[in-house]
Design a protein around this ligand. Structure first.
Ligand code: SF4
Length: 482
């Protein structure tokens, strides 16, 4: 799983969270709820974890706020996927120093992948930090807070063989009341050479499918009309009673719940509930999943399938577990079984040893697939990864950035073509909010995950509207309800 850390989910959704005007921590009377300020960086999985943490702490009497000046407890959910993701967290911690100076009783904690990567070292490197808690230890937060209130620093970065937080009902943070994430599994058993996730999120374990269906039913009953099933590698989802995936026996696999099974179970909650998922993996994606998507109208025709590079030689060095041919075979299967499927991907430019020829292979693969959208990055060496230990980050920065720009330029061309192809067609749009540009226009996405904007008429958030697209901008279709 990769996500655009340039824009935190918090920032994009800030201002919609619950804010109750109240006195600052110093003036708060006895028995008044303490305030939790939670800021999330990185991928959707991190954001979903923040909702689980909010639920645990609201259960302890906290209430959430998006105003850091009101906070008694500040938690940053950190990302370690690239150097600049960590730099941003350190900058924020510097900014919080001012808060702590104003009120020394404020508790500052770091959670997520950077916390897991650095562990207790985080306390040495950032003196303002009181708590370091890893992705599998969030249940321990109340005790860690107590330890800090007792005058100590607190750390829990134990990774778990069972933890999926299946019994915790997330508190929806900054929600639009229409779409929500549901985490279906934790960890990753793949060992892509550039990736820190297996070290920061541990081994794969899938969540009980019944608890996932119950969460989807609860969200539907509360008016949500779309759920996104989240996992580092959803195609690897396999439930046979809990615990680590790698310990599931061949016998157990015969009756285990697969991702295709789970998709159908969630789709059957209601035909009025849209189902999306992220992130898929070419190594594990089966035709069963594609047939399940084709069978249920409410499972969206959109797949995020990271490729990372276009040559088998590079994919082998990255330890991605598939070849260029295998990837193209998966793309061909998608186009055969779900002809109008939207497809997006991830690409890394300038990984160790990348030749001009391998770069050209990435461009030619993009030309062949013509993705709707892509997340594109220059390789950023990460500590503890296989690549950091065994390979040289030897592609000069200017070459990395030149190649990345070529990848971006090609993708922008393909994205514009794909959006343009949607003009003149009718799209079933789930209304999520007003358009950013006008309160007279509503905005939502079609099944292929393309943003569609149209005059509001009598429609409202949560409605499914058929929209005839009459024109488009770079990434958005514009039309009329029909
Ligand atoms: S599949 Fe690879 S890139 Fe994705 S989280 Fe797992 S190790 Fe990282």
């Amino acid at each position: 799983m990769e996500f655009n850390e340039e824009k935190t989910i918090d920032e994009t959704r800030q201002g919609e969270a619950i804010v109750l005007p109240s006195p600052s921590p110093l003036e708060r009377g006895r028995g008044e709820a303490k305030k939790l300020f939670l800021e999330s960086y990185g991928c959707a999985m991190n954001f979903s974890d923040s909702e689980i943490v909010a639920s645990i702490l609201v259960g302890q009497g906290y209430s959430t706020t998006t105003d850091e000046t009101e906070a008694d407890l500040i938690l940053i959910n950190t990302c370690a996927i690239r150097e600049n993701a960590e730099t941003r967290v350190r900058q924020r911690l510097t900014e919080f120093k001012k808060r702590k100076k104003e009120n020394p009783s404020i508790i500052v904690g770091v959670m997520g992948c950077m916390a897991e990567r650095l562990k207790a070292k985080f306390l040495e490197e950032e003196k303002i930090v009181d708590i370091v808690v890893g992705p599998d230890a969030y249940r321990d937060l109340p005790k860690l807070i107590e330890t800090v209130e007792g005058g100590q620093k607190a750390v829990n970065v134990l990774l778990s063989r069972e933890e999926t937080y299946a019994d915790i009902s997330p508190v929806r943070l900054g929600s639009n009341g229409v779409t929500a994430f549901i985490s279906i599994m934790r960890g990753c058993d793949n060992m892509c050479a550039f990736c820190v996730v297996p070290f920061t999120r541990g081994r794969e374990r899938s969540r009980d499918p019944q608890s996932i269906v119950e969460e989807a039913k609860d969200l539907f009953a509360r008016g949500y009309r779309e759920v996104t099933l989240l996992g580092q590698n959803v195609d690897s989802y396999l439930y046979a009673g809990g615990g680590l995936k790698k310990e599931i026996t061949e016998e157990q696999k015969k009756t285990a719940t697969t991702f295709a099974n789970l998709l159908e179970m969630v789709a059957l909650v209601s035909p009025e509930l849209r189902v999306r998922f992220s992130t898929s993996n070419p190594q594990d994606m089966t035709d069963d999943v594609l047939y399940a998507i084709a069978k249920h109208e409410n499972i969206c025709n959109y797949i995020h399938l990271p490729v990372q590079a276009g040559s088998t030689s590079m994919l082998t060095r990255m330890n991605r577990g598939y070849t260029r041919e295998k990837y193209l075979d998966r793309i061909a299967a998608i186009k055969r079984i779900i002809p109008d499927c939207g497809i997006s991907t991830d690409i890394i430019s300038g990984f160790c040893g990348e030749t001009e020829e391998e770069h050209q292979a990435t461009l030619s693969l993009m030309q062949e697939v013509r993705n709707d959208f892509a997340y594109m990055f220059a390789y950023s060496e990460r500590p503890k990864t296989f690549a950091e230990k065994n390979m040289k980050d030897d592609v000069p920065e200017n070459i990395k950035l030149k190649r990345l720009q070529e990848v971006i330029d090609l993708q922008l061309k393909h994205s514009a073509e794909k959006v343009k192809a949607g003009v003149g067609k009718v799209h079933k749009v789930l209304v999520e909010q007003f358009s950013k540009k006008s309160q007279e226009m509503l905005s939502g996405r079609n099944s292929q995950n393309t943003v569609v904007v149209f005059p509001k008429g009598n429609f409202k958030k949560g409605d499914f509207v058929n929209v005839l697209a009459t024109k488009c901008t770079g990434g958005t279709l514009i039309g009329e309800a029909v």
